[in-house]
Design a protein around this ligand. Sequence first.
Ligand SMILES: O=C(NCCCCc1cc2ccncc2s1)c1cc(-c2ccc(F)cc2)cc(O)c1O
Ligand SMILES: [Mg+2]
Length: 214
Amino acid sequence: TGSSRPQRMLKAVQKNATKGDPKSVISAIDYYCRHKEWAMNVGDDKGLILDSVLTEVNPSTALELGTYCGYSSVRIARLLSPDSKLITIEFNPAFAAIARQIIAYAGLQDKVILVEGASGDLIPKMKERFGIKSFDFVFLDHWKDRYVPDTKLLEDCGLLKKGTVLLADNVICPGAPEYLKYVRNNPRYESRYYPSNLEYTKVEDGLEKSVFLE
Ligand SMILES: O=C(NCCCCc1cc2ccncc2s1)c1cc(-c2ccc(F)cc2)cc(O)c1O
Ligand SMILES: [Mg+2]
């Protein structure tokens, strides 16, 4: 059988990027997905917003829900300070296998812990498995109807602290209307919408940044 889209993306990275150079891995994926084959990476436009929020937060422990091929894992991990860690959760083993290779190609394997499984099952195990007290930063980019239940789960598991920043992708396209309602009408969050566009297209999309207040 033929190759998959993630496999072709990995090939493009191995062909066009420089090993150990995260910036070149990001550019190689953006070029491939813009000119050859669309894929659901956060992309370069929303990626700049992700970069600026990350630089502002400078998290010691970050969580990503929805690794896909590791594009945003590379974007996040490249900006982390030396002893900081990113834990990223991916449900699909085929995606996870490609992501591990792309993260390693960027030379960021020591900063990223990729865990395979469902967010709903893994979030309650974060403390015992990884010794996490709480997360400073959470990037939500998985099933859009899991944004609300998993945010509530993070609250209930005591994994959010005063000042934790949640950044949610795709709140317009494909859309996460229940999530926007949840964080915008909730006194425990201070939310702000960053307008942008769906990766590699002119379609409107954006990121919602929500700061946990207590
Ligand atoms: O579905 C999207 N992303 C989630 C993939 C689901 C992977 C999961 C990870 C995980 C981890 C733990 N537990 C459970 C899960 S489920 C997604 C889709 C589009 C899009 C936009 C317009 C289109 F026309 C078609 C697709 C754009 C995006 O940026 C996306 O992020
Ligand atoms: Mg997304």
